[in-house]
Design a protein around this ligand. Structure first.
Ligand code: PMP
Length: 359
């Protein structure tokens, strides 16, 4: 590839150039089979090999215990906002730290009772609960749901939530999936839309306890396709899955593995985030970070121009330097640099350089 933009898109976001090259090479003729994976039945040994490899590589990356399994679904993370309460049942507890966790809570309330444990709304969504904040979870809560990284506000959990009583953990890990080692064995279920760190849009990764996924405890009227058990017991082949998406997720997971695994991703994420936050901190006259320091995201760096009238000029200069995707989400404005795994350090350095010199 001769020319690549410096891609700071929030999602779909940057994919590794190696993976794109591999896709381009294999797309017309998959492994010399004389047909594209796009033209192949999902019920063939060839596709099943692709599916198994994606599933196994993700499990290996996370050292997933035997009690847990990986399922590939469709419908984005947004469908999971509904599937979680539909399958796990009424009475979930929710921590609201941003737009997406708010939507998850709304969906649960549409279906039944759900309890909001904590909300960052009054504080302008600048922080997640601190490591010492004791969160009052109602006794007997069916589960506790939170969003590990808040894509829009640029805040992230760097510690597990501290709960007043134990509850099964459920997390939306969409925008920091594959970016650091995480003990998925501690969760009943996590889900991620692939289009940030893991692949293209249209495939959702659900990783959960086998007994939870296969042991349906929701409303008997829940349609077959909206039950985790349907997909888990059929090995993600209950119906035609997003074959292309699963292929790409597998290639990205292999790329992560070749590049230091999740600890390698975490080290790079830290260095890239430090490069941007250090300029924000050094130039309060020019930039104002949105997130409180302890809650800063290593995936989505959100900031405003201290003189808002300069924002347009800043974004124009970034564009002139081939940087795209830096405009903040339409609901909050300002700027956002999404620095997912596949965003090269050199791209982040170029942005840091612009921020250091922008007048
Ligand atoms: N959760 C988070 C944390 C997200 O960032 C997003 C999308 N940006 C969603 C959920 C919604 O995902 P989807 O578009 O895949 O439904």
């Amino acid at each position: 590839m001769t020319h690549r933009k410096l891609n700071f898109n929030a999602g779909p976001g940057a994919l590794p150039a190696d993976v794109l090259a591999e896709l381009a090479r294999q797309l017309p003729d998959h492994d010399g089979l004389g047909l594209s994976l796009l033209e192949m039945s999902h019920r063939t040994p060839e596709f099943e090999g692709v599916l198994d490899d994606a599933r196994d590589t993700l499990a290996r990356l996370y050292a997933l215990p035997d009690t847990h399994e990986v399922v590939f679904l469709q419908g984005g993370a947004s469908l999971q906002f509904a599937m979680v309460p539909m399958n796990l049942g009424d009475g979930g507890a929710y921590i609201t730290t941003g737009v997406w966790s708010q939507k998850a809570l709304e969906e649960a309330r549409r279906l039944g009772a759900a309890h909001e444990v904590w909300s960052a709304e009054a504080g302008g969504f600048r922080a997640v609960p601190g490591p010492d904040t004791l969160l009052e979870v109602p006794a007997g809560a069916r589960y506790l749901h939170y969003t590990t990284n808040n894509t829009i506000y640029g805040t992230q959990w760097h510690h597990p939530p501290r709960l007043s009583c134990e509850a099964p953990l459920v997390a939306d890990v969409s925008s920091d999936f594959l970016s650091y080692p995480m003990d998925l064995g501690a969760f009943d279920l996590v889900y991620a839309g692939a289009q940030k760190n893991a692949g293209p849009s249209g495939v959702t990764i659900v990783i959960g306890r086998k007994d939870v996924l296969r042991g349906f405890s929701g409303d008997a009227r829940t349609p077959t396709i909206l039950r985790y058990a349907t997909h888990a017991t059929n090995g993600s082949l209950y119906h035609t899955p997003n074959t292309f998406g699963i292929w790409v997720v597998g290639l990205v997971a292999r790329w992560v593995e070749r590049n230091g695994g999740l600890t390698g991703m975490a080290a790079r994420a830290q260095a890239k985030a430090d490069a941007l936050y250090s300029v924000i901190d050094a130039r309060p006259d020019v930039f104002t970070g949105h997130a409180e320091r302890g809650s800063r995201s290593k995936m989505n760096v959100t900031f405003t121009l201290t003189r808002p009238e300069r924002e347009r000029a800043f974004l124009a200069e970034a564009e002139r330097r081939d940087m795209i995707g830096l405009k903040g989400h339409r609901s909050v404005g300002g700027c956002r640099a999404s620095i997912y795994n596949a965003v090269p350090t050199a791209a982040v350095d170029a942005l840091a350089d612009l921020m250091r010199t922008f007048e």
